[in-house]
Design a protein. Structure first.
Length: 307
């Protein structure tokens, strides 16, 4: 498989923290908002990231393998590619991808659609991304949406790495992140925190929920100690069994425990399945009925390419 890595070209990229042309009547309904935030509000942080993809030229597909927001490029899943023969050459193939993602603005009778036209080079030509935001408003859920264009952006990414290589658990990670994960002192401290058991947070749930969402947007999610502390908070709420936020807490628990056992697997060079069992044992959650319906992503043993 060909692994491609990209960084945002700050001179050619044109994004804004807000979406233009959202009706004022809708903004007023939405808690009297002045502007509607775009998916690119964290540009200052995003321009420092390295986005990573696997290009399968045989099957003409591409997928993102990092854990950053896919709204920066529109490669939401394993996406089919169209070969643009007129722009391709012997040493470089040019592909096109067109994707969409939509969501309801709950309670506000509106639907937002994100449309992406992406051009991808198989060599080192980079990525050209044209995201557009459409709005259907008013839009009742059972009616056909009538989308109108609100805003468009331009994102250009330069290729900083292009190479055929076997995939492993660490393919998507930068060297500095791998070094952080492999740090024995960090892992020991994180495991000590988990071994102490659940701990009640002093923050209100709404604030914690916002922090949990933000935690996975950038490289903070590879901080083993912070990850362990937040996992203990979530487990405390999960085991209260008062039913107030049980489903939400299960979602957060799965997100954080999966992240931790995957990093643990990388650190100890074991499979995800082995790591999951070990972490659940440390958390004293093996066989716990509260989480027995959760399905965890694991890889077969033979898929792990030891580094």
């Amino acid at each position: 498989m060909k692994v491609l890595k990209f960084k945002i070209n700050t001179k050619r990229t044109k994004v804004r923290p807000n979406v233009k042309n959202i009706p004022k009547s809708l903004l007023k309904k939405m808690f009297d908002m002045k502007e509607y935030e775009s998916q690119f509000k964290d540009y200052t942080k995003a321009k420092k990231l390295t986005f990573k993809f696997v290009l399968d030229e045989r099957n003409k597909t591409i997928r993102c393998i990092d854990q950053y927001s896919t709204y920066w490029h529109g490669i939401f899943n394993t996406e089919k590619l169209n070969l643009k023969e007129e722009y391709s050459s012997e040493n470089e193939n040019i592909y096109g991808s067109e994707t969409t993602k939509w969501y309801r603005l709950g309670g506000f009778n509106a639907t937002i659609l994100h449309h992406y036209i992406t051009t991808i080079s198989s060599a080192k030509g980079g990525l050209l991304i044209r995201p557009s935001v459409y709005l259907a408003y008013p839009h009742k859920i059972d009616d056909e949406p009538k989308f109108k264009l609100c805003d468009s952006f331009d994102i250009v990414m330069d290729c900083v790495y292009s190479n055929e290589e076997p995939l492993s658990f660490t393919t998507a990670l930068d060297d500095k992140i791998i070094k952080q994960i492999m740090n024995k002192a960090n892992m020991k401290k994180a495991l000590d925190i988990l071994s102490r058991g659940p701990k009640k947070s002093k923050e209100f749930f709404s604030r914690r929920a916002q922090n949990y969402e933000k935690f996975f947007l950038f490289d903070e999610k590879y901080d083993l100690v912070k990850l362990a502390k937040k996992l203990n908070e979530i487990i405390y709420e999960l085991l209260k069994e008062d039913g107030s936020t049980s489903m939400v807490n299960k979602i957060y628990f799965k997100q954080f425990v999966v992240q931790f056992y995957q990093l643990y697997a990388i650190h100890h060079k074991i499979t995800y399945a082995q790591s999951l069992l070990k972490i659940l044992d440390i958390l004293k959650l093996s066989g716990n009925k509260t989480i027995e319906d959760i399905e965890y992503p694991v890889e077969p043993a033979e898929a792990f390419n030891k580094q």
